[in-house]
Design a binder for this molecule. Structure first.
Ligand SMILES: Nc1nc2c(ncn2[C@@H]2O[C@H](COP(=O)(O)OP(=O)(O)OP(=O)(O)O)[C@@H](O)[C@H]2O)c(=O)[nH]1
Ligand SMILES: [Mg+2]
Length: 324
């Protein structure tokens, strides 16, 4: 009990970023989101670099540019509507003031409080879901790495029994991180793996179970029904489980992400999003789109392929990175 409390306090300490870390986190966002920033700058340069008066042409150019960074048209309209009103009232007539106000509107959309990570239950069971190839397994490895650094004990559950080599992929991360992996044979019933895995996390007295799931959407009905069944089974082993369902979205997918959030939300209550591959895409604006349309908090963002490249989403760092 005391060990746990001490660990929790230490984790909290290590979670609140120190000024130096804060600076480096902002630097990382700035560096890794450069493609989205460049995309916006191509269009916004003429709009923002030269101080000019805000007029209807300005609004049209701005709308177009925001859309090319994968901000959905409805989200763009929601962002700009309050600014239009202010301009009509004679405020924000200069582009410099306008830009700061635009950032504030973006922050309003993005500032949804993510649930605590890890959730408080012990053991805590976290499902990681999403269509294939978005980065579920890699994100699980990164989350395991992060939790370990914070002093939590972790177990991986290999409930993607469909894709060839999925189990081996998780096992190899487990080996590298010294995190135990509960698995069965390929093709096994994923719910049975979840059952066995959660029994194990309980029996071993570990803190957090991260559950890897299959991602094929072409058998959509089956996948969703299967996820629901896995969640029900989890709840039978641990009260309140799954304690979090994290939906992984690949930032490079574009507007199709909207459909994915819709579909998965119908199957499971989604606690938060992990948006991966934000590095190397100009479509980072999808974060704004999803936060605006679904009001689901963004918990983490993937900023690269290394273990340390999954960061808690920092709305301010994000906005400053794409619109400096
Ligand atoms: N650049 C970059 N690559 C990433 C990121 N996250 C994941 N990837 C890469 O995306 C690819 C797919 O990752 P996986 O973790 O296997 O994806 P998955 O969702 O488990 O895939 P399936 O199991 O086939 O459904 C791998 O090559 C990862 O290295 C990220 O944030 N940035
Ligand atoms: Mg996988």
């Amino acid at each position: 009990m005391f060990k746990w409390l001490r660990r929790k306090q230490e984790a909290e300490k290590s979670l609140s970023p120190q000024p130096e870390e804060q600076k480096s986190l902002w630097g990382k966002f700035r560096e890794r989101l450069s493609r989205t920033r460049e995309r916006l700058q191509e269009g916004l340069q003429e709009i923002f670099i030269v101080e000019r008066t805000v007029d209807e042409t300005f609004f049209e150019e701005l709308e177009e540019t925001l859309i090319t960074a994968d901000i959905n048209i409805d989200t763009v309209k929601a962002l700009l509507a309050p600014l239009r009103v202010k301009v009509q009232q004679g405020e924000l007539l200069k582009t410099s003031a306008f830009k700061e106000a635009l950032k504030k509107e973006m922050l309003k959309i993005l500032s949804l409080q993510p649930p605590p990570f890890p959730p408080e239950a012990r053991p805590a069971a976290i499902f990681v879901v999403g269509v294939n190839g978005v980065g579920k397994t890699t994100s699980i490895a990164k989350l395991g790495f992060r939790l370990q650094k914070q002093g939590f004990s972790v177990l991986f559950i290999a409930a993607d029994t469909f894709r060839a080599a999925a189990i081996e992929q998780l096992e190899s991360w487990g080996k590298r991180l010294k995190i135990p992996v509960i698995k069965q044979h390929p093709g096994a019933d994923p719910s049975s793996v979840v059952f066995e895995g959660l029994k194990a996390v309980q029996a071993r007295g570990l803190d957090v179970a991260l559950i890897d799931t299959a991602g094929r959407l072409h058998t959509k009905y089956n996948l969703m029904e299967e996820l629901k069944k896995m969640a029900r089974v989890a709840g039978k082993v641990l009260p309140g489980a799954p304690h979090q369902n994290l939906l992984v979205i690949d930032a490079t997918t574009g507007q199709n992400a909207i459909n994915q959030v819709k579909l998965f939300s119908e199957a499971l209550p989604i606690s938060g999003l992990i948006i991966t591959k934000m590095d190397g895409t100009a479509k980072g604006g999808i974060a704004l789109t999803l936060a605006h349309l679904f009001k689901i908090p963004i918990c983490f963002v993937g900023l690269g392929e290394k273990l340390e490249d999954l960061e808690p989403f920092d709305p301010q760092a994000f906005v400053e990175a794409i619109l400096p």
